[in-house]
Design a protein around this ligand. Structure first.
Ligand SMILES: Cc1ncc(COP(=O)(O)O)c(C=O)c1O
Length: 362
């Protein structure tokens, strides 16, 4: 589809196609409206409380955050129920965490008793209660207890009896399966990961403790994990914006995020230089795709320049001042480079939205 020239864009501009965004939000909301499992979208993707409030209005039970700073921005932006699906351990952060728990319904991931006790102490001082989920490593090899029921039950017992904490259940993010492109392989590995988590949850319940939440899932696995009996919520994030890499796995969601750049130089017939480099768009999952106009390929990003080669010699009419549309390969890290979305509908600029959790990796 030909992308329009939008003269008002101050490039490099992070452009949000509102029609595509709304279709993505609706499609995911419809999935969860029909099943007992809930959606708790991860906001590390969009980092924008305006989008988070829309997700909640469409039925999400709250949001997932990666960082305390992100959660603070979401609470300020009006989100009332927040899971930090990550450990918060730095001593300087604990008073902030406890204070945030007075402003919203807050839950944080735990995989260490001493950390939990330090959080409980901070909560006691602040007069708040912090919800806790035990993180179980179901195969990703990042944080979490091993999927060993005795260890998980022992920690759960201690959390359930610690004042200042509210034990809510378990989480396990199957990050090792979300990008598997073969559907059968992805299903088998995702279900195996889910079974490890659910088995631990079963043991915690058998020990007499209440498990209200079993949380996991991403955009690549939301449909598989949400169908597992006993999983209560899914943390998918990228589905709202998508990117070139995730579209290979989940083509039912549309690309809603683009970077529009301006040609700054046309030094040779076969070369076009754009005003967007790696400070405007990320490349850890491969170079972004130049999608419009056709016939150019992005081959290099330096700090502030994007170098494109022209296939077909002089055929490309781009000149300084013209625009080119790029498709990110990783939406989450690209969004974090920008202060605002330039919101476009039907090729026309209709406003900007603040990326209010941008840079909140604190
Ligand atoms: C803890 C956690 N949950 C969920 C997700 C899902 O995100 P996505 O929908 O982008 O796969 C991620 C991604 O990094 C994550 O780290």
């Amino acid at each position: 589809m030909a992308r329009p020239f939008v003269p008002q864009l101050d490039t490099p501009a992070l452009v949000l196609d509102l029609d595509a965004l709304e279709r993505n939000l609706r499609r995911m909301a419809d999935h969860f409206a029909a099943i007992p499992c809930s959606l708790r979208p991860h906001v590390k993707t969009h980092k924008c409380s305006t989008i988070a409030r829309r997700q909640v209005a469409l039925g999400a039970i709250g949001v997932t955050c990666a960082k305390l700073g992100e959660a603070e921005a979401m609470a300020t932006g009006g989100v009332g129920d927040i899971l930090i699906a990550n450990q918060v351990t730095a001593s300087g952060k604990l008073p902030r965490l406890a204070a945030l728990a007075s402003r919203c319904d807050l839950t944080v991931a735990i995989d260490d008793l001493a950390n939990a006790q330090a959080i409980a102490q901070a909560a006691a001082q602040a007069g708040s209660t912090v919800g806790v989920l035990i993180e179980v490593d179901t195969g990703m090899g990042r944080c979490g207890l091993p999927p060993d029921p005795p260890q998980v039950v022992a920690l759960a017992r201690q959390l359930a009896h610690t004042e200042g904490l509210r034990f809510r259940g378990l989480m396990g993010y199957e990050g090792h399966t979300v990008m598997i492109e073969d559907p059968a392989e992805q299903r088998a590995k995702t279900e195996a990961a889910g079974r490890l988590l659910l088995d631990c949850a079963g043991h915690v319940r058998a020990a007499g403790l209440d498990v209200e939440s079993v949380s996991g899932g991403g955009t690549g696995t939301y449909d598989i994990t949400s169908a597992l009996d006993g999983v209560t919520e899914i943390q998918a994030g990228s589905y709202c914006l998508m990117d070139a890499r995730y579209r290979r796995v989940k083509s039912q969601f549309e690309n809603a995020l683009f970077l529009v750049a301006t040609v700054v130089s046309r030094p040779a017939a076969d070369r076009v230089i754009l005003d967007a480099g790696m400070k405007a768009i990320t490349h850890e999952f491969g170079l972004p795709q130049a999608i419009d106009p056709p016939g150019i390929e992005l081959t290099h990003l330096s700090e502030e320049h994007g170098t494109c080669v022209v296939s077909g010699g002089n055929a490309c009419p781009l000149k300084p001042g013209d625009q080119a549309w790029l498709l990110p390969t990783h939406c989450c890290t690209t969004v974090n480079l920008h202060d605002r979305y330039w919101c476009v509908r039907d090729g026309r600029l209709v406003g900007t939205w603040a990326i209010d959790a941008r840079g909140r990796f604190d």
